[in-house]
Design a protein. Structure first.
Length: 202
């Protein structure tokens, strides 16, 4: 797999904003019966503003030979905040581990963590002309590798994400190591899943 990973911020710095928008518009989310997928809406309408305001960093993944976008992911340094009710449903082992990476604020628990806010493969017809392909697991691995890089600098031990309550999606993330927090539904109405970051040894 020959790919290039380009930070959206670097793209904004190197070409006109109109050209950046044209690049982003080459991304198409998974086809839905109605409307467009959230990841497509994010990349087309929010990613640039999130980048400029430092709310999230977006990484674009391109086929090295054709420069066709294969997918993207967005990361944020965002603590996970849990209610006391959710925290109490965790196992004693989980509570002990999380207490080492966070603090209690009033009746809530805040865990220092990174957020994988968006992750999406490109379903545009143009992708069929690319010389390389990328799977969902490979895209998630690229995002996780960036989290590991950041964890070495900021010493943050957890990464979390929000997941639609769809069995194959939950199975996909569980297969990677993410575990759902019992009965935790985010403000966006999505299931929250958490993974402890394992730093690679060199």
């Amino acid at each position: 797999m020959s790919i290039n990973i380009i930070m959206l911020g670097d793209l904004i710095s190197s070409i006109s904003i109109d050209d950046v928008k044209d690049v982003l518009k080459t991304f198409k989310g998974i086809p839905l019966n109605e409307g467009v997928h959230d990841v497509e809406t994010f990349l087309h309408t929010k990613a640039i503003d999130f980048e400029r305001s430092s709310l999230a960093t977006t990484y674009l993944v391109f086929d090295e030979e054709t420069n066709i976008m294969l997918g993207f992911f967005s990361l944020a340094n965002k603590p996970l905040t849990m209610s006391e009710k959710n925290f109490d449903k965790l196992s004693n082992k989980q509570k002990k581990s999380l207490n080492k990476s966070g603090r209690r604020i009033g009746t809530k628990y805040q865990i220092n963590s990174f957020l994988i806010g968006q992750l999406g493969k490109n379903y545009s017809e143009d992708v069929s002309n690319a010389k390389s392909a990328i799977s969902g697991k490979e895209l998630l691995t690229l995002a996780y590798d960036k989290v590991i890089e950041a964890s070495r600098i900021i010493n943050t031990k957890y990464v979390w994400l929000e997941c639609e309550e769809i069995p194959y999606l939950e199975s996909f993330y569980k297969g990677f190591g993410f575990m759902p927090i019992p009965d935790y539904i985010s403000e966006n109405g999505l299931k929250v899943m958490l993974l402890k970051v394992k730093l690679k040894k060199y």
